[in-house]
Design a protein around this ligand. Structure first.
Ligand code: ATP
Ligand code: MG
Length: 394
């Protein structure tokens, strides 16, 4: 018998939403619809706190769609399920054909039936019992364990059809991207900032990125690496713009006019001021950085205070309380680590002071800053910014 498989996506935190739940569901579904185009002809619809992704012809790539959907924030778990007609015969026949390969590694199982269509002739208890009987017949090696089964087989009788599945995959969790504001990620080529972008996208933020370069002190390869990191992030964030800003002149002016110990701090204040302008232009309410408390001299509480004072919008630092090891683990999980460790220079690593200030005081930093026309340099760098569209589909 030919079995038709579909994907059932179960909501994460969206289920907790009240009056505006629809908005979150719409945001989630439109992301899934957009992604599905890449994998063929699918129908995406929702009912009873589940999103259904149904292949509409033989060529639709269900495995590809599953892998992509598992990176869509807002979905807590995804299940591959066999769809069949809502009759006991069809359900049991489908179970006989569909389940054995899925239960191959298991020794114990239990059945759970759920009827959201209460007109179905058998109640949940009867359905579970029938299903269990069929499974035991088809796979005599299995035994029932209702307390701690290796696998739980589920049958759901829903509006349109019945669905049978065994085991579900953890998905990305979080909230649908686009449901919680817009943030501008300061994206370097390092390990931390891609992780920071991932974390805020997970909470539903739509992400744009700004990258600062210092050509010719930093290379085209360094920029290319950052664009490749952004591309990897689009698997989670969807399409994004990367704004590229040159800090070459600012860095040269700093090194000519200011005390070396303050270079990094001053530069970071320029970054914040320029990023604020970019954020205002592209409708982002916040900046996002990969800073982690105490990781380097510019990330002590005092240094962050000084840096923060130059930003005109809130700065979110989702990695602030994480150890480097934890950040690395996450960066491996999301697939950015190998690219992040490619050895190209960053504008923060050219003109670095030998003895950076770790306990800076704002007044003293401002004294240094006043040696240059801060606003004019910020405006000039901002005026030279250009943006690159990074598309999930390319
Ligand atoms: P990362 O691993 O992301 O490079 P880091 O640990 O190297 O971070 P810093 O170089 O001090 O730390 O940078 C701290 C944060 O400042 C970065 O996480 C990033 O958000 C931002 N940042 C640093 N360099 C750049 C850059 N060239 N362009 C955009 N943002 C940057
Ligand atoms: Mg860095």
């Amino acid at each position: 018998m030919k079995i038709k498989e579909i994907l059932l996506c179960k909501y994460g935190e969206i289920v907790l939403k009240g009056a505006n739940k629809n908005f979150f569901e719409d945001t989630l579904c439109s992301e899934l619809v957009r992604r599905a185009k890449r994998f063929g002809n699918f129908s995406v619809y929702r009912a009873q706190s589940t999103v259904y992704i149904e292949p509409m012809d033989e060529d639709a790539d269900l495995d590809g769609m599953l892998s992509s959907a598992s990176k869509v924030f807002g979905i807590a778990a995804i299940t591959r399920a066999a769809e069949c007609e809502k009759s006991l015969d069809a359900i049991l026949q489908t179970a006989r054909d569909y389940l054995p390969p899925l239960l191959g590694g298991a020794r114990t199982f239990k059945c759970e039936a759920r009827r959201s269509d209460k007109t179905f002739a058998y109640n949940s208890m009867e359905l579970s019992a029938e299903l269990g009987y069929v499974i035991l017949q088809a796979m005599p090696g299995l035994t029932v364990d209702v307390h701690r089964p290796d696998v739980t087989v589920r049958v759901e009788i829903r509006e349109k059809a019945a669905y049978i599945h065994a085991g579900q995959l953890h998905a990305a969790g979080g909230m649908p991207v686009g449901s919680n504001g817009r943030g501008l990620l300061l994206l370097s080529g390092g390990i931390d900032s891609p992780v920071a972008g991932y974390m805020m996208a997970k909470r539903g933020m739509r992400i744009e990125a700004v990258h600062f370069e210092s050509f010719p002190y930093t290379s085209e390869m360094a920029r290319d690496k950052v664009l490749r990191l952004a591309k990897l992030l689009t698997e989670y964030t969807g399409d994004m713009y990367v704004h590229v800003v040159s800090l070459t002149k600012i860095q040269e002016e700093l090194s000519r006019n200011c005390e070396e110990d303050y270079f990094t701090l001053l530069l970071r204040r320029y970054m914040m001021a320029i990023a604020t302008k970019v954020a205002n232009r592209c409708g982002c309410q916040t900046l996002i950085t990969g800073e982690s408390l105490g990781q380097v001299a510019s990330q002590t509480a005092e240094a962050i205070t000084v840096t923060d004072a130059a930003a005109g919008v809130p700065v979110l630092r989702p990695c602030i309380g994480m150890d480097k090891e934890e950040i690395i683990q996450l960066s491996r999980k999301i697939g950015t680590f190998d690219t992040s460790i490619e050895p190209y220079e960053d504008c923060c690593t050219v003109f670095t002071p030998r003895h950076p200030r770790t306990r800076p005081v704002l007044d003293k930093v401002l004294l240094q800053e006043k040696k240059l026309d801060f606003n004019a340099l910020v405006d000039e760098a901002f005026a030279g910014a250009y943006r690159v569209k990074i598309s999930y589909d390319d």
